[in-house]
Design a binder for this molecule. Structure first.
Ligand SMILES: [Zn+2]
Length: 310
């Protein structure tokens, strides 16, 4: 797949399509039914920060950090790192596994869901999973009374609104997300998260349009992939539309989405990609100052990115 072909693959790829989130509430006079005032929903406990703890086929996990009256709270997106390694990384950010309130799962491949979390989840913590993943979640021990199930729209936490779209990836698909943070009456922030999405999608690009921060996979360089000594079936699986995005497909998605502040490239193949090959696809946008580019590492957390400007 090359640039500019999003529409061509879209019909087959996007399972769902949803409109932008509704962050507005109406204040209605109960006796007359008249709308007195329309205002944004109540503030959530942000400012929020975002970091990719690590990302590769050996393990993926990202963290949204919220400052609250009770201290620093954590939402993980995927838990493909061991609990011990996750705790080590969170400690560098002033948090720990005990601060985790919820873990949102994109899908249940072992590089996104480490089974150690079934026992390591804090007592108050909740798994948040897509409806289509209930079966696999049950088999992996993540379907309990502390599991929340979403389909397309959901309130992740107070004032944090999630939208999900199930994308083609292997058999069960992967959930891609947009999270909108209603900070106060004037300020919002948004985060897009799309990994293991199979192929580019115009519908997903629409859902993620104009997010402040976009984390998106940029898995492989086609030249390195073709030239690798990987078995043919694996190359087909990765490049066949239900595996991963190449660097150019990822960059085409970024252009279609138009993120406002920062792009974080996820899930680079260690055999078939390099940070330089992934980054060069974004050179015109970086030169033009359109966004900051961060390439996630398999080995260490990225710098923390503020989801809202001060
Ligand atoms: Zn993966």
């Amino acid at each position: 797949m090359s640039d500019g072909t999003l529409d061509a693959v879209d019909r087959a790829n996007a399972v769902q399509q949803v409109a932008p989130p509704e962050l507005w509430d109406a204040d209605v006079d109960e006796s007359s039914g008249e709308v007195r005032e329309i205002h944004r929903r109540a503030a959530c406990s942000v400012p929020a920060r975002f970091t990719v703890l690590a990302s590769s086929s050996s393990g993926n996990s990202s963290a949204i950090l919220h400052e609250t009256d009770d201290g620093l709270r954590v939402t993980l997106i995927d838990c493909g790192l061991s609990p011990r390694r996750t705790n080590k990384y969170l400690e560098t950010l002033g948090a720990s596994n005990e601060c985790i309130d919820r873990i949102v799962i994109t899908h249940f491949d072992s590089d996104h869901f480490n089974s150690g979390w079934v026992n390591a989840m804090p007592r108050h913590g909740r798994f948040v999973i897509h409806k289509g993943h209930r079966g696999v979640a049950g088999r992996r021990g993540a379907l309990t009374r502390r599991t929340d199930i979403f389909e397309d729209r959901f309130e992740l936490a107070h004032g944090v609104f999630g939208q999900a779209m199930l994308m083609k990836h292997d058999d069960l698909g992967t959930a891609a997300f947009r999270f909108d943070f209603a900070i106060n009456s004037e300020r919002t922030a948004s985060l897009g998260y799309a990994t293991d999405i199979g192929s580019p999608s115009q519908a997903l690009a629409r859902m993620l349009t104009g997010v402040d921060v976009l984390a998106i996979e940029s898995n492989y360089c086609p030249v390195l992939q073709e030239g690798s000594d990987r078995p043919i079936f694996l190359k087909r699986r990765i490049m066949g539309g239900s595996g991963h995005l190449s660097n150019s497909e990822s960059a085409a998605m970024v252009r279609a989405i138009g993120p406002r502040r920062a792009v974080v490239l996820l899930h680079l193949s260690r055999d078939c990609n390099t940070p330089e090959a992934a980054a060069v696809e974004h050179a015109p946008e970086i030169d033009a100052g359109l966004y900051e580019l961060v390439v996630a590492s398999p080995h260490e957390p990225t710098d923390v990115i503020h989801l809202m400007t001060k």
